[in-house]
Design a protein around this ligand. Sequence first.
Ligand code: TMP
Length: 206
Amino acid sequence: MEKGGLISIEGIDGAGKSRQAERLGKSLSVAGVDNIVTFEPGGGVGGEPFYQLLAGKSLRGLGAATEALLFTAARRHHLDSLILPAMENGKIVITDRFVDSTRVYQGFNDAQLARKIDQLHDLMIGIEPDLTIVIDIPVETALQRVHQRSGGDTRLESFGEKLEELRERFIAIAQANPHRCSVVDGDRDEHHIAAEILVCANELLS
Ligand code: TMP
């Protein structure tokens, strides 16, 4: 059976990843490409407890290493219950966040932990996306969007001034992995962003 593929959409909160993941899924479907759209943390069959734990406020006060273990556990469940079966069936899996989010959010200011996150990923997950789209937006735009969306009650606040560093880490990962990563300017009309992402996906699929 033909193997599918894995596309991750990454970026800081408020970058518009979810919207673009949905749009890409619809465009691929129109083109006859069988796909599913999913997300982290908490994606996969029965993954809700991971979502409750990892996307809310519960993590505050836990160390970055503990967080990295929890996000990786959730990813393993996502992989086993949804991503791998879909790929085995020849589908393109589009995920809103994957391992680069752990590399950035948990590993960004600790080189030793960053190395361990890579080792843990190799050991317990073992696949990198075929294509990673990093949607890049200025921090001010991200903050405005997230405030509008949630009234300010978000994990984003806890990153404070580190948001610019998180943004730069995503760009650095993209630059270090040009074979799989493309950076897309997210500070413009969503139709243009979607069109550029579709070009990248079509390059992968051709
Ligand atoms: P979301 O806003 O895309 O739903 O993601 C929820 C939060 O989880 C977001 O602030 C980023 C964070 N996160 C990590 O810190 N590490 C990870 O590995 C993942 C997947 C998400």
